[in-house]
Design a protein around this ligand. Structure first.
Ligand SMILES: [Zn+2]
Length: 456
């Protein structure tokens, strides 16, 4: 069976981790993945967790062999809204050179590419001196709640590995693959402000109380300076600015500012000191308002002074920042800006640290870096150049993959992230898909990369 058929069969299992109604789909996908691992010659272990089990596929060997961890997740996002899919999400179809189906790109396709690349390599070189632990979790799409517990139990074994290899990031197209060298972290909270105990008549009481929406707007407006920077004392402490090579690398990225502006449908891009807009997405920290509300939302008008108002705020963090420290500073700034007559409640929603690795050979790369990882960073350039016809760009990415930071903190392992989905892959959205060309070339790239890691 070819890779596209295998990924299609995998996608057929509706493994929606968030909804208990899909427990059969979860079990089906897990069994399918276990067979995939066994067919690759790996020893399979199913690790029970409080929710969805984690699969481990091992290839053992002497301690002198390099040892890589291949990470992926077999769960998927819900497929809703179903009406917007051209063909059913769990009945995969090929159209215009793409395989459509929920999970094709996030993440069944990409990790299957890695496993099949490994399987093909092991068929060709059965004695290959390489230890592998494939780790497939089933809770990535719900924030990996069982993962810290799993890491706690398995970190002894995992921390002895050399690095983690994964494909859960993106590239602009099959013509330009990106190796992701950094991820932003995130902190999120909700600010609720309260004034009078109930909504008030603005004619009877207007002028005597501080309107909570006005207070909220004042506070929110205070969080940025006129130049676009974030106005929280200490927010930028430790921020690691992009190295010159990172700025140069980004200039090779096949997207102009004008094209980006058009793609987003805005008449101007935002600017803040120290970063171009394209740089700001990958190398800069942000504070964003994700939602705001309060007062009368219905048709027509209503002369009311609302009792409360809220704003949902998240900050994307870059290497050098620490999620808990930023959260403390943000909370302190908000509290200090609550005016008299208003009380506030702050509910923390999320937080995880940024991640960063400097590829071997680049300025600032640690001298005592793991030699196997250094070799892998050297090899990934030529493997991708051979398989895709062009060397990859090494770039930090704006998004967050929380487990990468957790793995680093718990086991000390760095991650080599190869981007295999593209902007048109519609992750988490209707008509998710993966390019067939990427499936074929990706397998070849994995095979070449793993061979070079094992036998330099
Ligand atoms: Zn996802």
């Amino acid at each position: 069976m070819n890779a596209v058929d295998i990924i299609s069969d995998y996608v057929r299992f509706p493994s929606v981790s968030t909804d208990p109604a899909f427990s059969q789909g979860m079990a089906g996908a897990r069994e399918f993945a276990a067979k995939l691992l066994a067919d690759a010659g790996l020893r399979v272990e199913t690790v029970q967790t409080p929710l969805h089990p984690i699969l481990l596929g091992r290839r053992d060997g002497p301690a002198s062999w390099p040892h890589i961890v291949l990470y992926g997740h077999y769960d998927v996002q819900p497929a809703d809204p179903l009406a917007l899919w051209t063909t059913p999400p769990f009945d995969p179809q090929i159209r215009n050179g793409r395989l459509y189906g929920r999970g094709a790109a996030d993440n069944k396709g990409p990790h299957t590419i890695g496993i099949l690349g490994l399987a093909s390599l092991l068929r060709r070189r059965p004695d290959l001196p390489l230890r592998v632990t494939v780790l497939l979790e089933g809770e990535e799409e719900i924030g990996s709640p069982s993962f810290p517990g799993f890491l706690g139990k398995y970190k002894g074994e995992l921390s002895k590995a050399d690095f983690v290899l994964l494909s859960d990031t993106g590239s602009p197209s099959a013509k330009q693959i990106v190796v992701t060298t950094g991820l932003r972290g995130i902190v999120g909270l909700e600010l609720r402000v309260k004034g009078p105990k109930v909504d008030l008549h603005s004619g009877l009481h207007g002028g005597a109380v501080f309107n909570p929406i006005q207070a909220l707007a004042d506070i929110c407006a205070s969080l940025h300076n006129a130049d676009g920077s974030v106005n929280i004392p200490g927010f930028y402490d430790g921020v690691l600015p992009p190295a010159q090579w990172e700025r140069d690398e980004l200039r090779k990225f096949p997207l102009s500012e004008a094209a980006y502006r058009k793609f987003l449908g805005v008449n101007a891009l935002y600017s803040q000191p120290g970063f171009t807009p394209l740089e700001a997405v990958r190398y800069g920290p942000t504070l964003e308002f994700n939602g705001i509300g309060g007062g009368y939302q219905g048709e027509g008008g209503k002369t009311v002074i609302p009792s409360e108002a809220f704003a949902k705020i998240t900050c994307r963090l870059v290497p050098g920042q620490d999620a808990s420290r930023v959260l403390k500073k943000l909370t302190a700034a908000l509290k200090s800006r609550i005016p008299k007559g208003i009380t506030a409640e702050i509910i923390v929603r999320q937080g995880n640290n940024p991640y960063h690795v400097i590829p071997s050979g680049r300025p600032g790369a640690p001298k005592n870096a793991n030699p196997v990882l250094a070799r892998a960073f050297d090899a990934v350039g030529s493997a991708i150049a051979t398989a895709f016809g062009k060397p990859p760009l090494f770039l930090r990415e704006g998004g967050s993959v929380p487990i990468i930071g957790d793995i680093k903190t718990e086991t000390g392992l760095d991650s080599l992230m190869v981007g295999l989905f593209t902007p048109d892959s519609n992750l988490h959205a209707p008509n998710e898909n993966l390019e067939i060309e990427i499936i074929e070339r990706g397998m070849r790239a994995y095979e070449l990369l793993l061979e070079k890691i094992a036998t330099p």
